[in-house]
Ligand binder design. Structure first.
Ligand code: HEC
Length: 206
């Protein structure tokens, strides 16, 4: 799922970039002459339509797949695209340098905003990673260090050395929830249990 999202995102970005480059060429040509602009437009009409439809459709599929949350950057981007299309169409009909330049700038802006949104998304992901890591550490420090020690190696009362444990996260989860001999039961589940077993994995690396 994550893989197909990243592939589709790349295809989407390439299509948008193609479209922006084509807009740039048209903007340059309209400043050169109406004729060269019309020639270019006639030649690229079909492929441009195809590119536009594809990037819009892939954009919508991506929104659904990513379980999309609407944010300000997205509205700005949508606004830029929605403004850019009629500006481009009217600009082309009237051979207006101003409208075509504005249309190009709208799409360029939308492209820039996508890049900015991508960076922001990446930051949010890192932040949640840090949060779960802290959660695992917190739970471990509060409940487990008495017997296992901060590094998992203390072995108080026969407690296993967690830094050399060969259990998978799933098996460790079962020991935590079900207990084993003098290892007490702990009623963790879901996100907390996952954070805790992930934290145990990090103890193994030391
Ligand atoms: C009262 C002391 C005590 C506390 C508190 C405790 N443990 Fe244990 N733990 C043990 C003992 C003793 C064993 C060995 C059990 C056995 O002999 O089968 C063990 C074993 C384990 C194992 C199995 C390791 C392996 O490789 O077999 C895991 C995982 C584990 N503990 C995780 C935790 C976690 C996580 C916590 C905190 C939520 C915790 N323990 C709290 C005493 C404790």
């Amino acid at each position: 799922m994550t893989d197909s999202i990243s592939i589709l995102s790349k295809v989407h970005m390439v299509l948008v970039l193609l479209f922006v480059i084509s807009m740039l060429i048209k903007t340059i040509l309209i400043f050169k002459s109406n004729e060269s602009f019309d020639n270019y437009r006639a030649k690229t009409k079909m492929s441009e339509m195809l590119v536009t439809i594809l990037f819009l459709v892939i954009g919508i599929i991506l929104m659904v797949m990513k379980d999309f949350k609407f944010h300000t950057l997205f509205y700005l981007k949508l606004g830029a695209v929605v403004a850019g299309i009629p500006l481009g169409i009217i600009g082309a009909k009237k051979h207006s340098k101003v409208l075509i330049t504005l249309s190009f700038l709208s799409f360029l802006g939308a492209y820039g905003l996508s890049e900015a949104a991508k960076k922001r998304g990446a930051q949010v992901e890192v932040a949640t990673d840090i949060k779960t890591e802290n959660l695992g550490k917190e739970i471990f420090t509060a409940n487990c260090t008495v017997c296992h020690g901060a590094d998992g190696k203390a072995g108080v009362g026969g407690a296993s050395d967690l830094s050399v444990s060969t259990l998978s996260t799933e098996e460790a989860g079962k020991v935590i929830v079900g207990g084993r001999n003098s290892m007490p039961k702990f009623s963790y589940e879901g996100e907390q249990l996952k954070a805790l077993t992930d934290y145990l994995e990090s103890l193994k690396k030391k």
